[in-house]
Design a protein around this ligand. Structure first.
Ligand code: NAD
Length: 485
């Protein structure tokens, strides 16, 4: 692509494209070519975005009814569906993920707007029985201006998942997408406008985390923060929130295990275990990155998985392969670092490095990899690799399986594979994870399923009805209602 035709994307504040003087190069991960330039926003643009959101909130959006907000959200969903092909293509070029996955992401983004459009109409407070002569009740009110900081792995889905409940609940938003994959968030800013969302209700400011992200997290006129990303940055965002005494949702990383019992159903388990760690090349917060398997079924299961891993087709996302590249050279090198260290005390059963062949030399590809006989002392067992790397360990008893599952500080999701309902119940209660899937593994679950981490995987919940509640606060009203005697 020649310099002259590289598209440029700017911040969208109060419905306007804001001229930029500083730019960030956005690369196509499948070939490292320049895909676009995006504005490098800083504190000034973030300040203007917060001001725009505040203005729309105070003058308009907070006075709308749930029905009015519901109608707008439904229209946003319609436009997203109408644009799904173009959005998916943009998402794939930006993130490297297979096109069919991006089409799913576009559909799910629309579903978030429909779901919160439907549910906001049923949101209400409660009446409280207190004492005769007093009428007490609660109201669910929006916070005001919400700041949303999101990662690069599922930008369109995560943008929709975090701003749809906030907007439906009556808040106005400032969204800071990741520098590596900001394009669909900027397109979303145009789509909501086309769908009739008032100008300034959703503002998008791209830029580096340490500049635009830090400015948004620290802004004193932001009433609520939602952060999705790494644990390290989550900590910094929480400190910034603490300084302003504002609530913050943290959706952080994971090291989610599959627990496979001797009575598992291989036909169900094998394809889903493969998908859970190879979807978007394992760059998924709830990737099933650890396989904890009962010794009696270890060999048959790992053989079956290794065969599948070796058959996966790698390529540029736009050609819709089974697996695309990682997001960046930095991320690829990080994953390769984990592999070279982790394999020293493990057995490589599939993959293990960079795929050979001309098609893979320029992009950021890593082979889907199985490391077997990984012990908890191995760093790769505990830490989030964020790549297509499955670590396998054996257990002999349920207690041992739980101890292995919890030999990490994360607690995002877990998969349980057994035909025994008692074991399934017991494990679902025992495991410290925000989502437990039994005989299925749907990374991060559906739109309706609340999703939030235990332990260092986060605080608070997104998705489902819970998220709508999280974007409102509770006000109590007590009215003296005794009739004069
Ligand atoms: P990251 O933490 O590096 O970046 C996330 C966002 O934070 C980006 O927009 C980035 O620009 C911004 N940021 C960086 N430094 C900042 C700072 N000092 N202040 C404010 N913002 C800052 O994460 P990433 O590499 O983009 O994403 C990968 C991580 O995200 C993984 O750990 C993954 O598990 C996690 N993740 C979690 C979920 C979830 O729902 N739990 C979903 C997707 C990804």
């Amino acid at each position: 692509m020649s310099e002259a035709v590289v598209p440029q994307y700017t911040a969208v504040i109060a419905g306007k494209q804001v001229p930029a003087t500083r730019w960030i190069d956005v690369l196509d991960p499948s070939n490292a070519r320049l895909l676009a330039r995006v504005a490098r926003c800083g504190a000034a643009e973030v300040g203007a975005a917060v001001e725009a959101a505040r203005h729309t909130y105070e003058t308009l959006w907070r006075f709308t009814t749930p029905v009015e907000r519901s109608r707008v959200c439904h229209r946003i969903a319609e436009v997203l569906r109408a644009e799904r092909g173009d959005l998916a293509r943009l998402e794939t070029l930006d993130t490297g993920k297979p096109l069919s996955q991006s089409l799913v992401d576009a559909d799910v983004a629309a579903r978030y707007f429909d779901f919160y459009a439907n549910t906001v109409e049923a949101l209400g407070g409660e009446t409280i029985q207190q004492q005769p002569g007093r009428l007490a009740f609660t109201l669910r009110e929006p916070y005001g201006v919400c700041g949303h900081i999101i990662p690069w792995n599922y930008p369109l889905q995560i943008a929709a998942r975090t701003v749809a409940p906030a907007l439906a609940a009556g808040n106005c938003c400032v969204l800071k997408p990741a520098e590596d994959a900001p394009l669909t968030s900027l397109r979303l800013a145009e789509i909501v406008e086309e769908a009739g969302l008032p100008t300034g209700a959703l503002n998008v400011v791209p830029g580096y985390g340490g500049e635009a992200g830090a400015a948004l997290a620290a802004h004193p006129d932001v009433d609520r923060l939602a952060f999705t990303g790494s644990r390290e940055v989550g900590e910094a965002v929480m400190i910034a929130a603490a300084r302003n005494i504002v609530p913050v949702t943290l959706e952080l990383g994971g090291k989610s295990p599959h627990l496979v019992l001797p009575d598992y159903d291989a036909a169900l388990a094998v394809p889903q275990i493969v998908e859970s760690i190879t979807e978007h090349a394992g760059q998924n917060c709830s990737a099933g990155s650890r396989l904890l398997v009962h010794r009696s079924v270890h060999d048959e299961l790992v053989d079956a998985l290794a065969e599948r891993f070796r058959s996966l087709r790698l390529g540029a996302g736009i050609d819709d392969p089974d697996m695309g590249p990682l997001i960046s050279a930095k991320q690829r090198d990080r994953v390769l670092g984990y592999l070279s260290e982790g394999r020293r005390d493990a057995v490589v059963r599939a993959g293990g490095g960079v795929p050979g062949g001309e098609a893979y030399t320029d992009g950021f590809f890593v082979e889907p990899t199985i490391l077997d006989q990984v012990t908890p002392e191995n760093r790769v067992f505990n830490e989030e690799v964020f790549g297509p790397v499955l670590c396998v360990s054996v257990f002999d008893s349920l207690d041992e399986a739980v101890a292995l599952a919890e030999h990490t500080t994360y607690g995002l999701a877990a998969g349980v594979w057994t035909s025994d309902v008692t074991t399934a119940h017991w494990l679902a209660q025992r495991l410290r994870a925000g989502q437990v899937f039994v005989n299925n593994y749907s990374a991060a679950g559906g739109v309706e399923l609340p999703f939030g981490g235990y332990r260092r995987s986060g605080i608070g919940v997104e998705k489902g009805l819970e998220a709508l509640r999280e974007y409102t606060r509770c006000k109590t009203v007590a009215i003296h209602a005794r009739l004069p005697s």
